[in-house]
Design a protein around this ligand. Structure first.
Ligand code: SAM
Length: 233
């Protein structure tokens, strides 16, 4: 990170950890769960499901070997990790918030796939290992460009080849403002969605030696994200 930067990784992580262990846990666990939701939030649930289906289909098209390892970075309540384990992948599910990891373990246990998943409370910047693929959904959207590049570099260094992830492209200002307003209590507005410009994304890709293979905008009600599949050049 440059010395002129105002971005402080530890501070940012502390803020995210505190949010996703507290109000954030309740909010997102209900969106990712089965609770009855307001119309706005139910569009987020549906958009997120559309994104996950698309990501899962891209991953399956890679024809990774049986028992391939996948890192689910920022696994949340474990929706994708559990789905991967049910399909026979070996999964490492990592999240900064211990409450999220506990919930992910509980969900995997309920589905009988907990033995295929290694759970870890850790950050996307610090997690280590080598995996056949890395996925990271709706996590990097909480990072401004400098933090994004740093985390992206770590994650791409852990994959033997593909990474499938989401980020918030720059031009979705209005929709994102709605989303931000609806999901983050005022005192936690610093957890807002952070937008990345095309130039910033190109730089992050170049720095990590990756290139884009597939991209798809997912816009569904109040859920807006860019799903990307990148591989080593
Ligand atoms: C919006 S949720 C998405 C969860 C999951 N990926 C999904 O799509 O269902 C964001 C998750 O990222 C986690 N997170 C945020 N910053 C993180 C970091 N630096 N390292 C690891 N996890 C992080 C949060 O705790 C939260 O569980």
């Amino acid at each position: 990170m440059s010395s002129t930067s105002s971005f402080n990784t530890k501070e940012h992580q502390n803020m995210l950890r505190s949010y996703f262990n507290g109000n954030g846990f309740n909010r997102w666990a209900s969106i990712y769960g089965k609770d009855k939701l307001s119309t706005v939030r139910s569009t987020v649930r549906q958009g997120h499901a559309v994104m996950m289906d698309q990501a899962f289909s891209w991953l399956e098209q890679l024809n990774l070997p049986k028992g391939a390892t996948v890192l689910d970075a920022g696994c949340g309540t474990g929706l994708f990790s559990t789905r991967l384990a049910e399909k026979g992948y070996r999964v490492k599910a990592v999240d900064i918030a211990s409450q999220m990891v506990d919930k992910a373990r509980e969900e995997a246990t309920a589905k009988g796939v907990e033995k295929q998943i290694e759970f870890e409370v850790n950050t996307i910047e610090e997690v280590s290992g080598t995996y056949d693929a890395v996925v990271c959904f709706d996590v990097l959207i909480h990072y401004p460009a400098e933090g994004f590049v740093q985390a992206f570099e770590n994650l791409t260094g852990l994959t033997k080849n593909p990474i499938i992830f989401t980020y918030a492209p720059y031009n979705r200002i209005l929709a994102l403002q709605h989303w931000i307003g609806g999901f983050f209590p005022k005192k936690e507005r610093r957890t807002t969605i952070q937008m990345i410009t095309n130039e910033q994304m190109d730089k992050a890709m170049a720095r990590s030696g990756m290139e884009v293979k597939n991209r798809q905008k997912i816009s569904f009600g109040f859920y807006h994200t860019m799903l990307m599949h990148a591989e080593r050049r």
